[in-house]
Write a protein that binds this ligand. Structure first.
Ligand code: FAD
Length: 522
């Protein structure tokens, strides 16, 4: 045992994902003596930069920074700790096989074959989305309402929400908001637009990172959520990959006095007199604290790390039932040189390229995972970050793609052959738009949802630590008894994406958890 076994911390954080680091930074800033214990060799969780081959690097999971909470960024001075953006306001181009693409920039869309009516409707629709998102945005920065036991601050939040809905939006827009909120994205888009490629690309944003297709209930809300957090939908690419973001968060935490230990997997939590008293690492080392905060998935936390015997059976059942199915895979290609995409210049390749030709194809690609198959014609978002960030590779380029849909539990298993077949399918899909892609591939690899679970602890391969659906959001996230970061065990908390407001590189769950813990001390 080391000296740490003698030392008692004010707080122990299990996991140095970005939310664990943010939580540590805030607690340490408030004068708490904090240690973060990370199982992996590297901090960052699913927000990391990693090497592909020969020193060529990229963001291994998350690649676009679009949800980072503005308060987290400014209050922790992330820029002074090394966060730099290689590109901001990255536009989107939705690809068409004939090279006549759809170009999105802010609230505008352009294409040679879209009607003036749809073009105008898009601008109108997106400004409405931004109004709705602004109405909801403040909810990201606070613990969800405790509707059964409202304290003063809950009452103020409820009042603020009611005020923003009724008087901010006005009666007409509020009733439209209430009509749309539970709808699927397909019905919303069919009401608004005729242009199929436009609807395909927009529905892609509603299903990205989810286990839903455009026809699935409630995913208009998921679409809206994207705009309610961070920079209201604007995409940025961090210089050096997503690892730079978490490295800045780690530096902020350390500058405030937090300790961070890697290769320190927590095996269990000690409980004495119905309250936590410390953790035990896999190597047997014990670390004492009356406050344990878990950045891990709620299921990992309750079922594997703490153990079910300390919780009521109902709570354990609800935790076990949290839906956490992934459907996204991550493709990385090291390119000898840029591929030639039909109808695109090399400057256009700095945009986000989306392959989601129409809503039916998006839905069909989703249908496969219901039967434990991967999509025959995957949909994807492609980024070539090396075009804006030369630190990633000395020569050639790096292409990243988030590809959907791939099941966690592929029929027959994710054998090496199954992975190679799916990888080929993804490259074939890109070749429909960039016919010479195979000639320029130096190295290609794919991470399936199963790989994401094994490598990053993302249960079921779900990148939100629990699906972001209406029944698992806000005061219902991840389960009602744990929606305010405290678990029903004295001294035990959640601070990761399982907790409100969920996944994406936001840092909001980490910040909110720290504030809830500090408030509890008052
Ligand atoms: C393929 C993919 C693409 C994505 N793309 C984007 C994107 O472009 N933009 C975006 O904003 N988001 C994206 N995301 C989502 C985003 O990456 C995650 O939602 C976010 O990183 C979750 O952060 P977190 O800190 O809550 O949890 P994690 O990042 O999962 O961190 C949890 C940490 O806890 C550690 N841990 C777990 N158990 C233990 C233990 N017993 N002991 C010690 N440590 C432990 C883990 O090792 C991990 O480091 C993507 C995710 C994936 C998988």
């Amino acid at each position: 045992m080391t000296n740490n076994s003698m030392k008692k911390y004010d707080a122990v954080i299990i996991g140095a994902g970005h939310n664990g680091l943010v939580c540590a930074a805030y607690l340490a800033k408030a004068g708490k003596n904090v240690v973060v214990l990370e199982a992996n060799e590297q901090v960052g969780g699913a927000a990391v930069t990693g090497e592909l081959v020969d020193g060529k690097k990229t963001s291994i999971c998350a690649h676009y920074l679009n949800q980072l909470n503005g308060k987290v960024s400014s209050e922790l001075n992330l820029t002074s700790h090394g966060l730099k953006l290689a590109a901001t306001d990255v536009p989107t181009i939705a690809l068409n096989v004939d090279g006549d693409h759809l170009r999105f920039n802010g609230n505008t869309v352009q294409s040679s074959n879209i009607s003036e009516e749809d073009t105008a409707n898009y601008t109108k629709f997106m400004s409405l989305i931004h109004e709705y998102a602004n109405t909801l945005g403040f909810l990201m920065d606070e613990p969800p309402l405790d509707i059964f036991n409202m304290d003063f601050s809950d009452k103020m939040t409820a009042l603020k929400l009611g005020w923003k809905l009724r008087f901010g939006l006005g009666a007409e827009k509020m009733s439209e908001f209430l009509r749309m909120i539970g709808m699927n994205i397909r019905d919303v888009l069919d009401d608004e637009f005729d242009h199929e490629p436009l609807k395909g690309a927009m529905s892609f944003d509603a299903v990205l990172g989810t286990h839903t297709g455009p026809y699935s209930a409630g995913n208009f809300f998921t679409f809206l959520y994207r705009y309610a957090s961070g920079d209201r939908g604007a995409l940025a690419i961090p210089e050096g990959g997503m690892g730079t973001v978490t490295s800045a968060m780690a530096k902020a935490a350390k500058a405030n006095g937090a300790e961070i230990r890697t290769a320190a997997k927590v095996k269990s939590v000690n409980v004495e007199n119905c309250a936590v008293s410390g953790v035990v690492l896999e190597n047997g080392e014990e670390i004492k604290s009356d406050c344990i905060i878990s950045n891990a998935h709620i299921r990992t936390t309750v079922l594997d790390i703490v153990g079910t015997k300390y919780f009521e059976a109902d709570f354990v059942k609800r935790t076990t039932d949290v839906r956490s199915r992934g459907g996204a895979a991550k493709l990385h290609i090291v390119l000898k040189k840029l591929p030639e995409f039909k109808g695109l210049t090399s400057d256009d390749l700095k945009s986000r390229l989306v392959i989601a030709p129409n809503q039916k194809e998006v839905e069909h690609s989703f249908n496969h995972i219901k039967y434990k198959e991967y999509s025959e014609k995957p949909i994807m978002e492609i980024s070539i970050p090396s075009l804006v960030d030369s630190s990633l590779t000395d020569e050639g380029h790096i292409l990243n793609a988030t590809v959907q849909f791939a099941p966690y539990d592929l029929k027959g298993g994710w054998t090496a052959k199954a992975k190679a077949d799916f990888l080929n399918k993804c490259i074939d899909r890109i070749a429909e738009y960039a016919p010479n892609i195979r000639d320029v591939v130096e190295h290609a690899e794919i991470l399936t949802p199963l790989d994401l679970e094994e490598r990053f602890g993302l249960v079921g391969g779900n990148w939100h630590h629990g699906e972001l659906t209406l029944d698992q959001m806000l005061m219902l996230r991840p389960v009602p008894e744990a929606s305010r970061y405290a678990l029903p065990l004295d001294g035990m908390y959640l601070c990761g994406a399982s907790a409100h407001p969920g996944g994406g590189v936001m840092g909001a769950a980490g910040r909110n958890a720290a504030q809830a813990i500090l408030k509890g001390d008052e």
